[in-house]
Write a protein that binds this ligand. Sequence first.
Ligand code: UDP
Ligand code: MG
Length: 320
Amino acid sequence: MKKMISVVIPCFNESEVIDFTVEELLSVTNGLSDYRFELIFVNDGSSDDTEAKLLSYSKQHANVHTLSFSRNFGHQQAVSAGIDASRGDAVVLIDADLQDPPQVIEQMIEKWQAGYDVVYGTRLHRDGESTFKRASAKLFYKVLNRLSEIPIPLDTGDFRLMDRQVVEQLKEMPEKTRFIRGMVSWIGFNQTYVEYERSARFAGESKYPLRKMIRFALDGILSFSVKPLKISILMGFISSGVAFLLLIYSIYVRLATDEWVSGWTSLVDSILFMGGVQLIAIGILGEYVARIYNEAKHRPLYILKKGLDGEHSETRQESE
Ligand code: UDP
Ligand code: MG
């Protein structure tokens, strides 16, 4: 029996590109005759005729499937729904605008067959994207990696192939703010990459306006790091330190010079002191919130690669 590969394609108002995308994906996957493919299109509440087009392709081709959301839930949710519906031995995620060339899927499959569990695409160039988009993406990945406890590959989108065992783990992670590329890094196993040139969208507009990009960047950073919460504890200690120095200075002014103003010493000292104490208190609160937050994510505590006798991997649900 040939192995099956599921290709998941999130689509939001992609009417302009969808015909080309379906044809192109069918021709690429038909060319890889050693495998069976299913194409899972997820219509993320499009307001154009994307859904109608997809449904008609599903009628024509037995291996083309369409899922439809009740409204626009967002890219990451669309990808998650496709993953949940997939049945393949491996799952490939690719955008509907084919900025990531489907021909690369073949190289991904080769690496998968060579024993890797995750093969992600790393962008060499980003043609046709504004300098601003490129610069902001670069900054985002830098900040994210600085803050995150696990490394998240640079210049990598969601274009990737994942083995079934990785997909099953991803499905086990119930967190609501999904940042799939980070979650896949977190899961582990053997990960590698293939390089490719990212081309421009040949039609349609980016569905990621600045507002969505910032939301996505924040989700990525806040889902993978509690460091922002810890900043106030640091600020608290710094301002308490400064307050202490100023305290000494104000007492010195009061006792050793004639320049003191009545009431100034006590006023300044109490403001500085309270400011520092408050920041430290907020920082401590932040530490607890961070822990609650980590628990509330209900991530499995760890993932076993194989059981004792080489049986299927098992996930422990309970925390320490
Ligand atoms: N997308 C989606 N829901 C959204 C926004 C985008 O399903 O709310 C899909 C979109 O159809 C495309 C992919 O996510 O297949 C990436 O979007 P886009 O190409 O607009 O992003 P960019 O490449 O500009 O970052
Ligand atoms: Mg795109």
